[in-house]
Write a protein that binds this ligand. Structure first.
Ligand SMILES: [Zn+2]
Length: 194
């Protein structure tokens, strides 16, 4: 569980990540799932309960952040304390509730950002890397297949972590929050990480 700041002051605090992973995290808390070769930290941020994912290669310590959605101070602290070798920040799609912390986290960590070209123009940070789908991202010994998803937005992406035969497997797709206005009133969709 992550201890959130008691107020808006700059009181220092340490992130605490719960290792009892159930798939659900309460607001402004984090939980870790450890699989062979990879650790996955899921944190709930912002008033819309968006999920941000920090995936770290167990061998090299290099990491990937998916959706710097909100609460930049929490995410910056999480990266600094849990996986400071941040290689890339991927934004799953253009909806605002998935990138409100992107500029601050990218600036603080110095990590490059990536997104699909069809959603890139709406983001506050121009992606250093465009993901059209079909690419393979390498983070340490981890590989992520980029999958272009149409429907939620024109340029949504999901990541599948491989290798498929023997290594760690997980996936992350957009739509862990998104307001009814931007979702067209559809039911809340949950991430496919469990
Ligand atoms: Zn959305």
């Amino acid at each position: 569980m992550l201890c959130a700041r008691p107020d808006s002051s700059n009181v220092a605090f340490m992130t605490v990540v719960d290792d009892t992973y159930t798939g659900h995290v309460e607001s402004q808390t984090a939980a870790r799932r450890t699989l062979p070769g990879v650790s996955i930290i899921k944190m709930s941020v912002g008033p819309m309960d968006n999920n941000a994912y920090l995936l770290t290669c167990a061998k090299t310590g290099e990491s990937l952040l998916i959706d710097a959605a909100n609460d930049p101070a929490l995410l910056v602290d999480l990266v600094a304390e849990q996986a400071p070798k941040l290689e890339l920040i991927v934004t799953t799609h253009q909806h605002m509730d998935h990138w409100l912390a992107l500029e601050a986290v990218a600036e603080s960590t110095g990590a490059p950002t990536a997104a699909h070209p069809l959603d890139a123009d709406a983001l506050p940070v121009k992606p250093a890397r465009l993901l059209a789908g079909g690419e393979v991202l390498e983070v340490g010994d981890l590989t992520f297949d980029v999958i272009h998803l149409r429907g939620h937005t024109p340029g949504s992406v999901a990541l599948h972590c491989g290798p498929p035969a023997s290594g760690p497997r997980c996936s992350c797709s957009p739509g862990t929050a998104c307001s009814p206005a931007v979702r067209g009133g559809r039911q809340r969709r949950r991430s496919s990480i469990h």
